[in-house]
Write a protein of this length. Sequence first.
Length: 173
Amino acid sequence: MTNSVLAENQARESKKESLVVFGLKQESNIDVAEQVRNLFQAIGVNTNNIEHVRRFRQTNSKSVPPIFIHLKKGVDRNGVLAEAKKLRKTEGYAGVYICPDRTECERRLDKQLNERWEVLNKEEESKNEGRHYRWVIRGNELRRIKQTSTNTADKGVVDLFLARTMKFLGRLY
């Protein structure tokens, strides 16, 4: 038992400065290191932090193989992950995801957490009480939060209000 815990801790330590990128398509005229540098520049991350980049071997021709990135010693991968949320709004990178490199045990636990998250949110939808809640994953735990309105009609009203307010303020100055 202690050997497996020790092995898991060593594996986590070795993966502490590593990332995996999913969905970055192969381009024949650009090597993978250049693609990753372009990706980091798009989200505002220092490209000098990259130590090693390699694309995993392609096993299925229909899917894009992921890319392994090893960062230099002392570089905080959480800083890169925090900036990665910009990808969905960045042109050309909407389907690209940057994830921490995880051990097999961490991947298994993450899968179980996601499955539990799906079940809890489906149960929450079926309750349909006066208040609406949803479950979110924060860290390695599930939390129940009050759901805010995501109705596009509400967003349109807010946008219209803001536009009219800005127009009115523009007249004052």
